[in-house]
Design a protein around this ligand. Structure first.
Ligand code: MSP
Length: 503
């Protein structure tokens, strides 16, 4: 039986349009999905949109449309971008899907019965952008939100609480027994300390937000967006077939994602998130799952944030990078590769078109592209065609097995930067071999030796073309095509060099 591998991205808010930050997380999971498929895993890759809450209600009102029209429109924009960026997701969930809403409601009522959710009231400082209350120790001077640096709203309301406090010890025990769960390791202590400092019960409904899922037994209340959103990971995996009365549509959903039952997919192997929502995924989410008696995801990985030329991306600064625009100008694949070569995965990074162009020229045009052209040109002259396999004692071809081992190890650590470093490093070794052996001269003095060099280069390049596929699916396929056994054709450069901007 093939091994399943269930991975997710955050579901993105639809109050504004997607940018390079959202693309980053999604491409990361796409790279991983493609790599795991290469290795024979039965991958289920879930993404989607988070469509309820006051912010979305407001965005729709400002645009003069209904929340439904607004969310349909932005969800479609996300899908369009994922198509442009060649994202091979298997399922796209929207929190306004009926099949999701049913599961959220069923979970709510189940936890109400078990005593994990109870009715109370709440007064506190609330940030509308974070959709979250803050306690005094977290609030900045002047009553500002620690994330948005904007004034918080004083809110008093009747609300249902989730008994998060009940899960302090079980969570700490889980972290200790599953050191992989909080990844990367450098982010673990913050979460452990947060939980150790004591957990307060979490308000999980609002009476003032109309655009949300109603509590079935008390419909004046709508369910808190985060409680609603986190559940997407199990509603998309078919939990409805276990919980909901109307099973038909949940079964249809399972067929769509090619599973017979919920247990085929759950628990997830990896939730990939940005660092700012790590806590939601590693404290609230596992506690909800514990309350439901469900297994916990194997790993939550928090990556860093992109700034743009040193600044936070924001509408007001007008510096939001639209990945579709960069891709239209320079190609989807170079963008996909750049994001992971530029910054060690897990750390923050800074995006600039200048470093994009520099890396494009050095990694792609001068290294990979040049290697492919010179190899094929020389081989065309020397042999005319490429064989299926080569035999003999070839040093770099032997080394490729070590490189592949290093690549696999880097993927295990989600060190996408190291994967690319290994691939590009190996291509540099191949370029060095060409410079040293000078096959174009060798061909005059020792044609057999020249041929051996060219055969080794072609065989190694075939490996490179397979390794590159998760990052650059289209370009890698083109490389593979050019390196097929048989007559060598003439081709244009794979990565035409970019000229420096004229000052
Ligand atoms: N809807 C919630 C997530 C719910 S998951 C159950 C949300 N949505 S969001 O639209 O704000 O998306 C946040 C995610 O987008 C981050 O966690 C990260 O994955 C990605 N990024 C958004 N801006 C980013 C950067 N500037 N840099 C890197 N990634 C960032 O939070």
């Amino acid at each position: 039986m093939t091994k399943k591998f269930y991975i997710t991205t955050p579901i993105y808010y639809v109050n504004s349009v997607p940018h390079i930050g959202h693309a980053y997380t999604t491409i990361a999971q796409d790279v991983l999905a493609r790599y795991k498929r290469q290795k024979g895993f039965d991958v289920r890759f879930l993404t989607g949109t988070d469509e309820h809450g006051a912010n979305i209600e407001k965005s729709a009102a400002a645009a003069g449309v209904t929340p439904k029209q607004w969310t349909d429109d932005v969800a479609a924009k996300y899908k369009e971008l994922w198509k442009t960026l060649n994202i091979s997701y298997d399922d796209f969930i929207r929190t306004t899907d009926a099949k999701h809403e049913h599961v959220v409601q069923a979970i709510f009522e189940k936890l109400l019965k078990s005593g994990d959710i109870y009715l109370g009231s709440y007064s506190g400082k609330y940030c509308l952008s974070c959709e979250q209350y803050y306690n005094d120790s977290e609030i900045l001077e002047g009553g500002l939100c620690p994330v948005h640096k904007r004034p918080l709203s004083e809110v008093h309301e009747e609300t249902y609480f989730f008994k998060l406090s009940r899960y302090e010890k079980p969570l700490l025990k889980y972290y200790e027994e599953h050191p992989e769960f909080l990844s990367p390791k450098i982010r673990a202590s913050e979460i452990v300390n947060f939980v150790k400092s004591g957990l307060q019960d979490l308000s999980v409904t609002r009476t003032k937000v109309a655009w949300g899922i109603p509590v079935p037994s008390n419909p004046q209340h709508t369910i808190y967006v985060w409680f609603d959103a986190l559940i997407n990971y199990i509603s998309a995996a078919g939990l409805g077939t276990l919980l909901c009365e109307d099973k038909a549509e949940h079964e249809a959903q399972l067929k769509q994602i090619k599973a017979d039952k919920f247990e085929d997919l759950w628990p997830a192997d990896l939730h990939m998130v940005g660092k700012e929502i790590f806590r939601f995924h590693t404290v609230i989410w596992p506690a909800v799952l514990m309350a439901l008696g469900l297994p916990l995801p194997k790993k939550v990985f928090a990556h860093g944030w992109w700034t743009v030329e040193g600044e936070k991306m924001s509408k007001s600064l007008g510096n939001i990078i639209d990945p579709a625009k960069v891709a239209a100008q320079y190609g989807v694949d170079p963008l996909r590769a750049f994001l992971f070569r530029e910054v060690p995965f897990g750390q923050d990074g800074d995006f600039s078109m200048e470093s994009f162009k520099n890396r494009y020229n050095s990694d792609l045009a001068n290294n990979i592209g040049n290697l492919l052209s010179r190899t094929l040109n020389m081989a065309a002259k020397n042999m005319g065609e490429l064989p299926e396999t080569i035999e003999g004692d070839y040093k770099l071809l032997a080394k490729s097995a070590d490189v592949e081992g290093a690549i696999d190890k880097a993927y295990d650590e989600l060190a996408f930067d190291k994967v690319l470093e290994n691939i590009y490093g190996f291509a540099s070794d191949l370029n060095k071999l060409v410079d040293e052996k000078k096959p174009w001269e060798l061909t005059k003095t020792d044609p057999e030796a020249a041929k051996a060099v060219l055969l080794e280069l072609a065989a190694c390049l075939r490996k490179v073309a397979v390794w590159l596929e998760p990052f650059m699916p289209t370009v890698a396929k083109e490389m593979q095509k050019r390196l097929l056994p048989g007559k060598i054709e003439k081709y244009p450069p794979l990565f035409p060099r970019l000229e420096a901007d004229k000052k």
